[in-house]
Design a protein around this ligand. Structure first.
Ligand code: FAD
Length: 473
């Protein structure tokens, strides 16, 4: 396409990735973001206290598939490693089981069954990554079956992650360790497809990484290459002229003409609210949400590394609750305590604590997070859960901030506060995600609710797919 005027709705990582690539291709790009800062779910918060300032990533705490970001940075300016300081985490995390067993990822993966499973996951990855992740999509199951019929038994599309795990792994700890990877796409391991075994394969092959100074720096670095970025400006609608996009209407009454619009906003909200005539989009089940408790702690906690996972006694109860509108009584607790001097005053620690949570709303599978005291009660339960597992930090708390699914919805305009857009639940989930090219000429989708799904590397891949589609239009 010759030089186009591009408007990107939303400065999440998918939107910024698309904007940076399209700017590098020579297009005139404007990113319009309703929030006062860039990054979307990759948020950042600073909390002052008498002990000094605590700083927190409020969203992602682990960067996987760094090659996706190496490609993105190389295509748009200085290489990644010259722009940001990345540190590979070793160990990736330490896992505490309810029976008192403590193991890190290296110990859990030192097992013949695990190695055989990861060998299969490698072959699954080779068979699926080009169509499921890298190409614009979504793919079609019949197309896949026609192109590579021999891969279908390998991928086992109707088998669940739990079922494939139980075939290879005898140890319940390893089964639980595997099943947790379903939550990387906000899914239930009993309903997520077996192909999600590629998630631990990718994490252990390409590593899990931290960005010094906080992962949010990734968003700031991309915003520097994303053309003109206008924050605190919402998009209220997309204008069409003879059926093709011609611009966007801003919530402050302004108008921006455009030849191309890239929506990084939630796909359902886009098709329902931003087009002149609402359209129905096929969509899988939304991903689960999360309750975040940010804690500034005085003093040091021995035995807590960068990432710690406290598994519950009954994992199924957690999924039965979060996908049915209830907060689990004994959820998995994830602690991220970056070993980064930028984040906490001297002698203190900045903890990001996350538990899976039902989406915000009043429907049967949702939870009303705006009910009086709901967030604080849930956060108190998380602190009690920490204490029960030997991490009683309550009397060391200097600052505390709770971010509920309702807060996430308000901050990022994500319906229900789904962390990952749509979940991987069900054999058809990957095939149901809204396409990167919309049926409306000139309108494209990048972000967690579109193909190929949520998580930092995947939304960056959606931005790359959109840049290719625009470039070849
Ligand atoms: C608590 C938490 C923990 C997570 N942990 C990890 C992790 O460890 N690793 C990982 O890889 N991923 C993680 N994720 C997921 C990851 O953050 C997301 O998948 C990813 O950041 C989403 O990017 P996106 O491109 O979909 O855009 P979003 O982040 O959803 O941003 C979309 C942007 O569009 C803006 N917008 C929407 N509508 C409009 C409009 N009409 N006008 C203007 N602006 C609009 C929003 O304000 C928002 O800024 C986590 C997420 C959360 C919330």
């Amino acid at each position: 396409m010759s030089v186009a005027r591009v408007v990107v709705i939303g400065a999440g990582i998918g939107g910024l990735a698309a904007a940076a690539r399209l700017t590098a291709q020579g297009h005139t790009v404007t990113v319009v973001e309703q929030a006062p800062t860039v990054g979307g779910k990759l948020g950042w918060l600073e909390l002052d206290s008498p002990d000094g300032c605590f700083r927190f990533d409020t969203g992602p705490s682990l960067l996987t598939m760094p090659q996706v970001f190496r490609d993105l940075f190389a295509a748009t300016g200085d290489p990644l490693e010259r722009t940001l300081e990345l540190r590979r985490l070793d160990p990736l995390a330490t896992y505490h089981f309810a029976d008192g067993t403590v193991a890190d990822a290296d110990e859990l993966t030192d097992d013949d069954g695990w190695r055989r499973l990861m060998d299969r996951a490698r072959r699954m990855w080779d068979a699926t990554a080009p169509t499921f992740l890298e190409a614009a999509g979504p793919p079609s199951l019949t197309g896949l079956a026609r192109r590579s019929p021999r891969d279908l038994p390998l991928i086992a599309p109707h088998r669940s992650l739990r079922s494939i795990g139980r075939r290879y792994l005898d140890d319940p700890h390893r089964q639980m360790f595997l099943e947790r990877y379903a939550t990387y796409s906000g899914s239930d391991p009993r309903r997520a497809p077996a192909v999600l075994a590629t998630v631990p394969y990718a994490e252990h092959t390409f590593g899990g990484w931290y960005v010094e100074g906080g992962l949010h720096r990734l968003a700031l670095a991309l915003a520097d290459r994303a053309g003109t970025v206008r924050t605190s400006t919402g998009v209220a609608g997309i204008d069409l002229t003879t059926g093709r996009v011609s611009g966007v209407r801003l919530s402050d009454g302004g108008h921006l003409p455009a030849d191309v619009v890239v929506a990084n906003s939630d796909a359902t909200a886009l098709y329902r609210d931003l087009l002149p005539r609402p359209r129905l989009v096929p969509r899988g089940e939304p991903s689960l949400s999360g309750l975040v408790v940010l804690l500034g702690l005085r003093g040091r906690t021995p035995g807590v590394g960068h990432h710690t996972v406290l598994f519950p006694a009954k994992y199924d109860d957690e999924f039965d609750s979060v996908f049915h509108g209830r907060m689990p009584g004994d959820p998995t607790i994830y602690i991220s305590k970056p070993t980064d001097p930028h984040l906490a005053p001297r002698g203190c620690e900045a903890w990001f604590v996350l538990v899976n949570a039902p989406r915000h709303g009043t429907g049967p599978t949702e939870f009303d997070w705006d009910a009086a005291g709901a967030g604080d009660r849930a956060a108190d339960a998380v602190l009690a859960g920490l204490a029960a597992r030997g991490f009683d930090v309550a009397d060391r708390v200097v600052v505390r901030q709770v971010i509920t699914p309702a807060d996430l919805q308000r901050r990022t305009w994500t319906p229900g506060g789904s962390i990952y857009g749509s979940s991987g639940n069900g054999a058809r989930a990957a095939f149901l995600r809204p396409a990167n090219r919309s049926p409306v000429p000139g309108l494209f989708l990048a972000g967690g609710s579109a193909h190929p799904g949520g998580g930092l590397p995947l939304v960056a891949l959606s931005g790359a797919a959109v840049a290719r589609l625009v470039g070849s239009a």
